[in-house]
Design a protein around this ligand. Structure first.
Ligand code: S3P
Length: 177
């Protein structure tokens, strides 16, 4: 795969989509660096995401995501996993698309939620009913849909997702030559 300035691979999708696990393995397979927007925020803030939500609320967290998006413009040739809500504000998908190839890791909502619940630490899921979580997902779909590529991860493990990702990226690269 060619690496040109700004040619990052950006994984987006709802909580539990496997953006971090698949991104880490994809980066290793491609010999690239792996970056997570959640880690960038916690490193800059010196506190965890649940702490940021608890102490300053969701809106402050979304501002920090906006600042992180600006910092991503310095990245080139990396694999970037974004937080589930990062793309879901006006203008953010356009900004992500300008950074490289954006891939939406989609999946069935029950499977995504089962994965997210296993890992824990998701303030956006805490105290929400199943209907509220589904409404959040539906509200985000129009943003996710603006990705360059979509991969359905339903019933797939990390290895299988990464194999398919590599094939998709290769095909896109070949089509651009
Ligand atoms: C969020 C998703 C989380 C994290 C924060 C908010 C969201 O990232 O950014 O808890 O609004 O969907 P993951 O998608 O990696 O869980």
């Amino acid at each position: 795969m060619r690496t040109v300035p700004g040619d990052n691979v950006i994984l987006i999708g709802f909580m539990g989509a496997g953006k971090s696990a698949c991104g880490r393995l994809l980066a290793r397979r491609l010999g690239r660096c792996f970056v997570e927007t959640g880690d960038m925020i916690t490193a800059r803030e010196g506190r965890s995401i649940p702490e940021i939500f608890r102490e300053q609320g969701e809106e402050r967290f979304r501002q920090l995501e906006g600042e992180t998006l600006e910092l991503l413009r310095l990245k080139s040739g990396d694999v970037i996993a974004t937080g589930g809500g990062l793309p879901c504000r006006p203008g953010r998908m356009e900004a992500l698309r300008a950074l490289g190839t954006v891939v939406w890791l989609r999946g069935s909502l029950p499977e995504l939620l089962a994965r997210a619940a296993r890992a824990g630490g998701r303030p956006m899921l805490a105290g929400r009913t199943a209907e509220e979580v589904e409404a959040l997902y539906r509200q985000r779909e129009p943003y996710y849909r603006q990705a360059h590529l979509v991969l359905d991860t339903t019933n797939l493990g990390v290895d299988a997702v990464v194999s398919r990702l590599l094939a998709l990226l290769k095909a896109r690269d070949a089509a651009r030559v």
